[in-house]
Design a protein. Structure first.
Length: 128
């Protein structure tokens, strides 16, 4: 952080009711921020929430909760093209939220309940 920005923030901190020493308070806040930035668990949470940050992907997860499905079933459920469905499936699979496998001529997908549960637990631990 450049010195001008730091001074600008400290000037704002002076106006906070419970801040007696803006330099000390700023230093403490930077330490908290640095610790959180280095927390790898936030990287995992970021991947999780980014994977779910799309209505189509949320629908796919909900459709797969019932049972595993092939891509053509997901096309019908979402009224989307195969390339669009595949794009969303790839994002969900990269996040570890679903898994795919060949079943005859088709690739089927299912949710990875343990992974979703662990992400939800982590989200609850970090934000609750």
């Amino acid at each position: 952080m450049d010195i001008d920005h730091e001074e600008e923030i400290k000037a704002k901190l002076i106006k906070c009711e419970d801040v007696e020493n803006p330099d000390q308070h700023f230093k403490k806040l930077r330490e908290i921020g640095d610790q959180l930035i280095q927390n790898f668990r936030f990287d995992n949470l970021n991947n999780f929430v980014n994977a779910l940050a799309n209505k189509k992907r949320l629908i796919i997860i909900n459709v797969l909760k019932e049972k595993d499905r092939c891509v053509c079933e997901l096309e019908a459920a979402l009224d989307e093209s195969q390339p669009s469905i595949s794009h969303h499936l790839k994002i969900l699979e990269n996040a570890g939220l679903i898994k795919g496998w060949k079943k005859g001529k088709f690739t089927h997908y299912d949710i990875v309940k343990e992974k979703i549960s662990s992400y939800l637990d982590l989200l609850n631990q970090e934000l609750a």
